[in-house]
Design a protein around this ligand. Sequence first.
Ligand code: SF4
Ligand code: SF4
Length: 246
Amino acid sequence: MPEEMKPVFENDPMPFFCGSANACFTACCRDLNQALTPYDILRMKNSLGIDSGTFLRRYTSRHFGPDSGLPVVSFKPDPAFGHACPFVTETGCSVYHDRPGSCRMYPLARAISRSRESGKIREYFALIEEEHCMGFGKNTGLTVRQWLDSQAVDLHNHYNDQLIALISLKNRMMPGKLAGGHADLFYKALYDLDTFKTQIFEQDLLAPNVLPGLVVEKIRDRDEALFELGIQWVKYQIFGIEMTWS
Ligand code: SF4
Ligand code: SF4
């Protein structure tokens, strides 16, 4: 349980350092209960050079939220290693360059609000001080913003915010539990991107929508484009919102 959540601002000093010099090094990776976002999975499966179905089967477990019906994907506990992350090693994280957004953000919590007029996102941060973590009280000379930049977390936030917007839309338009077929569709289009892609190209999944050639090229080459198409596909299938191309 967090001991303290203290609001911080981007120009505040960031009194935190994580590294192998800390006696707690990797302790936080050995007792996980960590939800993964579609973009987390996209980055890690590509880092490992495997497809999304293999990644999901090998490393994750899934359940559906009892109230929302939305898929919740987390690292799967391994009987041999308990709740340790499958990627933790004695020398640190074996997927460090592509680690999940929550690993990058810790010990900051982030919340956002979105302007109704401009769609612009405003970020709010709080520092979570937990007893087991010995990274606090170390002066790095960095501000909160500089520390966030050092974690390269902006891309994760960019794609995770699209998921948050989709979930907000669902909560507004369809409060309560998502039906089973819709929940499966949500999972496939956002979390299991390689299966989604195969079904687009081999089974004409998106019919009657016809993808412009430029979009076809983009989704063949870039999983990020495929994810954004998945968001549109979910909106079209579940809420009847027309797909648009840019
Ligand atoms: S417990 Fe804190 S300082 Fe220690 S490795 Fe984890 S994040 Fe870093
Ligand atoms: S992905 Fe890396 S940083 Fe995140 S919990 Fe696993 S080992 Fe730790």
